[in-house]
Design a binder for this molecule. Structure first.
Ligand code: ACO
Length: 325
């Protein structure tokens, strides 16, 4: 029976740092409010780089870590809510940048769960025998869709990219995945204009309808329950219990959300946090956090790692890995 395992990870965070003290000069906020309400201290800003350019740097590092060349790739999946364009896909642009001449390429739009959605697709396509080596990237330039006059959202988001290379194996490394969605609550977090429902016009620009709108309070309430459920369902599909988990790598939206998930699951010392340094990078958050946990040796061979994500859509995705790197 064929399956997949992660053989390389990479990340790229643009060097420009935007600290809470910088935001104090832009909107009516304080370092104290941002730190206590979210846990975020600073975030990275891509300046004039696009999602494919961030993805390019993360992908090159993941390929190097995997000991593979771009030509070895059969498929590239990019998860992003800030694609370079509607089309061509950011995955196609990335394919060209890394010169992965043998790879098919497509984008996934699943907000903060995009990386886990992408990993799950890659795992199944490899397991089904169609592909051997697949690159999955979460890449975001959220600064390009942030309303820098809205203090309730502009303090939350950052830019970055994380990448994973998966290859075929006979061993069991991906133990389970659980993906879900609730489109009835899409209005809790969205960009109103720019698509076919409300194409861009001078009015949509004047009315500031091309930036993130979020009902943070309502999202907060559902986020904890959904992330707890997603982790439990994925673990039970893998015939495991919460006590078997060695490391939870959650989406990094708010420290209070992650703390509440950890408390409910009773896994307080087994959670990886990095949002203090990067804020919420949507699809890149979980990808970068997984890469960092690996680079900092927070996971070792044989560990049970659970990825647990939640975001706009609504969408959620969790998967259980037996660590092989
Ligand atoms: N600085 C100072 N005060 C602020 C700021 C700020 N940056 N932002 C909001 N406030 C004020 C509000 O105006 C409000 O004031 P009022 O009481 O006078 O009206 C007060 O602080 C409380 O506001 P709340 O919105 O209730 O603050 P809350 O504690 O809920 O924190 C936050 C807001 C951080 C957004 C939180 O609700 C949250 O993290 N929500 C979940 C976000 C999430 O999970 N998103 C999904 C993933 S992201 C994705 O998919 C791309």
């Amino acid at each position: 029976m064929k399956s997949a395992k992660i053989v390389g990870l990479g990340k790229y965070l643009p060097p420009k740092r935007l600290k809470n003290s910088d935001l104090e000069k832009i909107v009516d906020t304080t370092d104290q409010w941002i730190t206590t309400r979210t846990g975020i201290k600073e975030r990275r800003i891509a300046m004039d780089s696009s999602s494919s350019e961030l993805a390019h740097r993360a992908a090159k590092r993941a390929l190097k870590d995997a000991g593979l060349k771009a030509d070895d790739l059969d498929l590239i999946i990019v998860a992003s809510i800030t694609p370079d364009n509607f089309f061509p896909s950011t995955a196609c642009r990335l394919q060209n940048l890394i010169k992965a001449r043998n790879a098919a390429a497509f984008d996934i739009s699943a907000a903060c769960s995009g990386f886990v959605y992408g990993l799950t697709c890659a795992w199944q396509l490899i397991g089904g025998g169609l592909y051997k080596n697949v690159l999955v990237v979460g890449s975001e330039v959220l600064s390009s869709i942030t309303d820098w006059k809205d203090r309730s959202t502009c303090v939350l988001f950052g830019d970055g990219a994380g990448a994973a290379v998966l290859t075929q194996t006979n061993k069991k490394s991906f133990l389970s995945a659980h993906l879900g969605a609730d489109g009835s609550r899409g209005n809790l977090l969205h960009i109103p204009a720019g698509g076919s429902r409300m194409p861009a016009t001078c009015q949509t620009v004047d009315q500031n309808l091309h930036t993130i709108k979020m009902k943070g309070n309502e999202l907060f309430r559902v986020a904890v329950r959904i992330m707890v459920d997603a982790a439990k369902v994925a673990l039970s599909k893998a015939d495991l219990k919460t006590k078997d988990l060695d490391l939870l790598v959650p989406h990094q939206a708010n420290k209070r959300i992650i703390d509440a998930v950890a408390k409910t699951l009773k896994i307080k010392d087994k959670v990886y946090y990095n949002l203090a340094r990067y804020g919420n990078m949507s699809s890149a958050s979980c990808a970068v956090a997984l890469c960092e946990a690996y680079q900092k040796a927070k996971v070792k061979k044989g560990d049970i790692v659970v990825l647990d994500t939640f975001g706009g859509g609504l969408v959620w995705g969790s998967c259980v890995l037996k660590w092989t790197l």
